[in-house]
Design a protein around this ligand. Structure first.
Ligand code: ASP
Length: 229
């Protein structure tokens, strides 16, 4: 998506549920696949979160592809910005974050989240996607979570970690925990969005309080599904 100045500022993060190691980049405008940079931050640096030019330098040093800003242009998103500039109001139902959660055969969970943030964002605004515990979280003892929605709420309600904590400390199932956070806590607060989650047993929860959420899942039995509403 485009920010208020008509630029793309991308956020991404990744977390390894076995080690609780994590990496993220924020406010980057020229990294082709920010999630790759996030993974490098996790694996090749002692840090968790890098921003802007520094993050790009680090990523390119490690061979990540750097692109011209035009690479991120899409007509649809450009028009979204023009519409919002005309109204000066956020369209709170249109989120476009891409997330992924996975459980491997060894029982390891991982979560990744990547986004352009919210259309018309200003002043270097950072969303929940690169924030570990908010828009992204994985812990082998509970679950992996990736979120999309109004990031400010996901940060304030530490959505990813809260779902995990409800399982760990209150013994809720994955579905109960995801529902509690999305349908009760976020909904009551006025926060719109959704989460995709998988737990250590392979249970899946995809909870949202928006009209729809583009989502898909698959498992080792070969079952595949794609759903919007
Ligand atoms: N959660 C993202 C953010 O607030 C937006 C989205 O999900 O599309 O930056």
């Amino acid at each position: 998506v485009f920010n208020h100045e008509g630029k793309n500022e991308l956020d991404a993060s990744i977390m390894d549920g076995m080690t609780l190691n994590a990496g993220g980049v924020t406010g980057v405008g020229d990294i082709k696949n920010p999630i790759r940079a996030a993974r490098l931050v996790m694996e090749k640096s002692p840090h968790v979160l890098m921003m802007g030019a520094g993050a790009s330098d680090f990523a390119s040093m490690h061979g990540v592809e750097i692109v011209d800003s035009g690479y991120f242009y899409t007509e649809k998103r450009w028009k979204d910005l023009q519409k919002q500039l005309a109204r000066e109001k956020e369209d709170t139902e249109k989120y476009g974050t891409v997330g992924c959660v996975a459980l491997d055969r060894a029982g390891n969970l991982a979560a990744g989240t990547s986004t352009g943030g919210m259309t018309n964002k200003r002043f270097g605004r950072i969303g929940d996607s690169p924030i570990i515990g908010a828009g992204n979280y994985a812990n082998n003892s509970s679950c992996a979570v990736s979120g999309t929605g109004h990031g400010e709420y996901f940060i304030r309600y530490t959505v990813g970690h809260d779902i995990s904590a409800l399982m760990e400390y209150r013994g809720l199932t994955l579905i109960e925990a995801a529902r509690e956070v999305v349908q009760k806590k976020l909904e009551t607060a006025g926060g719109k969005g959704g989460v995709i989650c998988v737990d250590k047993h392979g249970n899946i929860a995809m909870e949202y309080n928006t009209t729809g959420m583009l989502r898909a899942w698959g498992n080792s039995r070969g079952e595949r599904n794609v759903v919007i509403f």
